[in-house]
Design a protein around this ligand. Structure first.
Ligand SMILES: CC(C)(COP(=O)(O)OP(=O)(O)OC[C@H]1O[C@@H](n2cnc3c(N)ncnc32)[C@H](O)[C@@H]1OP(=O)(O)O)[C@@H](O)C(=O)NCCC(=O)NCCS
Length: 160
């Protein structure tokens, strides 16, 4: 079951988000250290921003989010963030289902472009996005630094 999260879902969302940052620091722009002290309520946005939760038997095991700039000249595009599936539920199609849901929501909101960035070397996420129709339009060198390791990110886009 996939649905948009509300503020009341924070007790389920927060541990999953912190698990994602702790397990995969190289995959996200945010860091565990930055978010562990926050209630993370700011990550559950109001439309057209959305954070989706993927549930199995009432337990949240996956997330995917969409952030839209409020700026007049940038309201036509959304940035996909926070895509995560708990290890036990990977390769079951959940990330694909979350992404399909996000894309359908974005179309309904009138967005015409989705963008995202994926760390070079993250094969699973890269294939997920390519299968969903995203294409690579560039590479941001040294985009993230995790510890002392600088990491490049591929920039991807999907025209809706
Ligand atoms: C990337 C991630 C979200 C994929 O979640 P998932 O639920 O396992 O993905 P799905 O089962 O929906 O698979 C969709 C497609 O993704 C690709 N994929 C997923 N896991 C893969 C793996 N381990 N190796 C290669 N391709 C993989 C495949 O193309 C797959 O389609 P297929 O199963 O028909 O080959 C998950 O591995 C994850 O949470 N990783 C850590 C966090 C992360 O990297 N997030 C992305 C940040 S940009």
């Amino acid at each position: 079951m996939i649905r948009p999260l509300r503020q009341r879902d924070l007790p389920l969302y927060r541990p999953l988000r912190l698990e994602a940052l702790l397990r995969h620091p190289e995959a996200f722009g945010s860091s565990f250290e930055e978010e562990q002290g926050s209630d993370l309520s700011h990550l559950i946005g109001d439309p057209p921003n959305v954070t989706l939760g993927g549930f199995v038997d009432g337990v949240m095991v996956g997330t995917a989010g969409l952030v839209v700039s409020p700026r007049l000249k940038q309201r036509h595009k959304g940035h996909v963030v926070g895509v995560y599936v708990a290890p036990a539920w990977r390769r079951t199609g959940l990330a694909r289902a979350l992404l399909d849901h996000l894309v359908a929501d974005a179309r309904k909101s009138g967005l015409i472009l989705l963008t995202l960035s994926v760390t070079v070397g993250n094969t699973a996420a890269r294939r997920l996005y390519l299968h969903a129709g995203f294409t690579v339009y560039g590479v941001e060198p040294l985009s993230l630094r995790v510890g002392s390791d600088p990491l490049d990110e591929e920039l991807m886009a999907l025209r809706l």
